[in-house]
Design a protein around this ligand. Structure first.
Ligand SMILES: Cc1cc2nc3c(=O)[nH]c(=O)nc-3n(C[C@H](O)[C@H](O)[C@H](O)COP(=O)(O)OP(=O)(O)OC[C@H]3O[C@@H](n4cnc5c(N)ncnc54)[C@H](O)[C@@H]3O)c2cc1C
Length: 454
């Protein structure tokens, strides 16, 4: 390839993509080499190059700023190593996951093949110490949740359930033996986990109202009841089940193995959000669980709540990723789409939508960034995580609906990468505590009065 062609290719690529994708471009063209060659050009060659670029340039196009949903440059607050991991996750999601999500979402299928590929990233059990886990700050867990959700919220939910809720329950409530048995294998994604708390009749009121029961018969625990909405449960190897002890009335946790007699998981069909996530209705019929599979440090709902406190921050980050993905796709679209002979991004009313989107996104990002810092500093309380979850899931709904709006009819087509976010934002809004329940947690903290009705 001639020097001219190489340099021109580089310039053209740089003009047309956002800076976050530089790493990807680097794979196609040796940027350093191309830039070096540029420096070697003599004056007449440079003039020729400039002429060539000018003639090909569309009016105003070359000056377009990069597309990035990180308006306040929060990424710059990460260390080089953290930033490197963030980019690795981003490139993986772009290369391996983006090409298949729309089809899988449409067919409500889980892309099992990506589990094997995910192993290489080593991003499971990010904040935990020991058991092969990376032991990185909670901030990195949040950044990773954002990066995954930026491409697909279902895959991020698969991860949140496995690495956060299931591994987190064992990490916080398991005995040393239980941790040794499960966490290293779950960290390597050799065993997959699920978390069963919600029931057909009991969602928000799980703290005091679980209908699934457990009873010790002197040898085993006998579990009876149903769990609804349980993500990953159709294929998980271990499902953490929370049940009310018939004798003490306290909530206890159990590690139910998929092959356990009395355990049945039936896939929930026809969801209009997170269609890739395999949610199940679980039925437990005289399901016998040995004492060794009872979570040894889970004695009441307070222990369940510790797990939720730890993971709720991740859901807030997920909401940010969802909003970021939708915003970036919408911005890209509005700069390309022309109506009345001009890109629609040049119209004031469209810009107003985009600015509302980036304002919300920036507010969310700064909020979750501080939230994770507090988690790393040991300052996180339930109400902090709840506030972030409420705020981010509300604002995300607004961002995705504007993203869909500025895309006109194409906004409801999966192929334009926004429709999926619009639907998925609805699930984020409701799971891990609805808006009302998380608001009540914050309300109780700031007023001193509990407004939960018993
Ligand atoms: C896609 C998806 C994935 C999920 N994955 C899992 C999972 O893996 N594991 C799991 O255990 N659960 C899971 N869930 C369940 C989820 O956590 C519950 O849906 C959620 O807690 C709300 O419960 P509910 O749907 O039964 O709603 P309900 O509790 O019936 O609430 C209905 C409405 O009433 C409101 N409400 C309830 N109580 C009050 C009150 N005191 N004051 C004011 N308003 C109130 C709620 O805010 C809501 O608006 C998932 C849910 C979804 C949608």
């Amino acid at each position: 390839m001639s020097v001219f062609k190489k340099v021109k290719n580089t310039f053209n690529l740089l003009k047309s993509v956002d800076l976050d994708q530089l790493a990807k471009i680097n794979k196609q063209i040796d940027l350093a080499e191309a830039m070096k060659k540029l420096g070697e050009l003599d004056e007449s060659q440079l003039k020729g190059l400039m002429k060539m670029l000018k003639t090909k340039r569309k009016k105003g196009q070359s000056e377009l700023p990069p597309i990035s949903g990180d308006f306040y440059n929060l990424d710059l607050k990460l260390t080089d190593e953290q930033r490197k991991l963030q980019m690795e996750v981003r490139n993986f999601m772009e290369d391996e996951v983006r090409p298949l999500v729309n089809d899988h979402w449409n067919k409500a299928k889980f892309p099992y093949e990506i589990i094997e590929k995910f192993k290489k990233l080593n991003i499971t059990g990010v904040p935990y110490e020991g058991y092969g886990c990376p032991n990185l700050p909670f901030l990195m867990e949040g950044i990773i949740a954002q990066e995954i959700a930026r491409v697909d919220v279902s895959i991020s939910t698969f991860f949140g359930v496995h690495s956060g809720l299931a591994m987190g329950s064992i990490y916080l409530c398991g005995s040393e033996e239980q941790k040794q048995e499960w966490l290293p294998k779950m960290q390597k994604l050799e065993k997959i986990g699920a978390f069963g708390l919600t029931e057909p009749n009991v969602g928000s009121g799980v703290a005091g109202g679980l209908e699934t029961t457990c009873k010790f018969d002197g040898e085993n625990w006998i579990l009876n009841g149903q769990k609804k909405w349980i993500g990953n449960a159709t294929f998980a190897d271990v499902i953490v089940i929370w049940a009310r002890d018939e004798d003490s009335n306290q909530v206890k946790g159990f590690l139910v193995r998929k092959e356990n007699p009395g355990f049945e998981a039936k896939k929930m069909e026809d969801k209009m959000a997170l269609r890739i996530v395999q949610n199940a209705l679980i039925t437990l019929t005289d399901c016998k669980i040995p004492e060794g599979d009872r979570l040894q440090k889970a004695d009441s709902f307070k222990d369940t709540a510790k797990v939720l406190k730890m993971t709720r921050a991740g859901v807030a980050w997920q909401a940010v990723g969802c909003a970021r993905g939708a915003y970036e796709s919408a911005l890209k679209y509005t700069r390309k789409r022309e109506q009345f002979n001009r890109p629609i991004a040049s119209y004031q009313l469209i810009q107003n939508h985009l600015v509302e989107m980036v304002s919300n996104l920036t507010a969310m990002q700064t909020l979750v960034f501080r939230l994770s810092e507090m988690q790393d500093e040991g300052l996180l309380q339930d109400e902090h995580a709840s506030l972030a979850k409420v705020f981010c899931s509300m604002r995300t709904r607004d961002v995705v609906s504007r993203a869909r709006e500025v895309m006109g009819g194409n906004g409801i087509l999966l192929e334009h990468d926004v429709a999926r976010f619009v639907a998925d934002a609805e699930a984020i809004y409701s799971y891990e505590g609805t808006k009302e329940i998380n608001s009540l947690i914050v309300g109780r903290a700031i007023t001193g009065y509990s407004a939960f009705v018993n």
